[in-house]
Ligand binder design. Structure first.
Ligand SMILES: [Zn+2]
Length: 133
């Protein structure tokens, strides 16, 4: 099938009356919901990241107090301080992971017909008109 034929095929599909229109509308609705879910997920991750950041600050302050107490003649067991520093390391690793997830872009799908990137959920390839799943 030539590109032009595919294009007319696509137009025909779009013109196939109310039933097809209803299907297209439902498809669009599904996409909108998916978008909202992704946005909510990003908000959730951002809240989580902010909370972990707050925890790191708190632990750093506690560790700082331990170091300062040692300086003022009330030494903290070094094991206790090390444990605190380990907790900070773990929190920072978790924070880095969260930020990485937040910054990660969803992988672009490729058209099986022409190999061009297509939007997730698209019914037809915008480049060659190939019907997508
Ligand atoms: Zn294509």
């Amino acid at each position: 099938m030539s590109k032009q034929e595919k294009f007319y095929d696509l137009l025909d599909t779009l013109r196939t009356g109310a039933e097809a229109a209803g299907t297209l509308a439902l498809g669009a609705l599904g996409l909108a919901c998916e978008g909202a879910e992704k946005a909510a997920e990003a908000v959730r991750l951002r809240c989580q990241a902010a909370r972990v950041e707050g925890e790191v600050d708190g632990k750093l302050m506690e560790a700082g107090e331990m170091v300062y107490a040692t300086h003022t003649g009330n030494p903290t067991e070094s094991e206790e301080l090390l444990e605190k520093l380990r907790e900070i390391d773990e929190l920072k690793a978790r924070l880095a992971e969260l930020n990485e997830t937040l910054g990660r872009k969803p992988k672009d799908a490729a058209c099986p017909g022409c190999g061009e990137p297509v939007e997730e959920g698209a019914r037809y390839c915008p480049h060659c008109g190939e019907k997508l799943n």
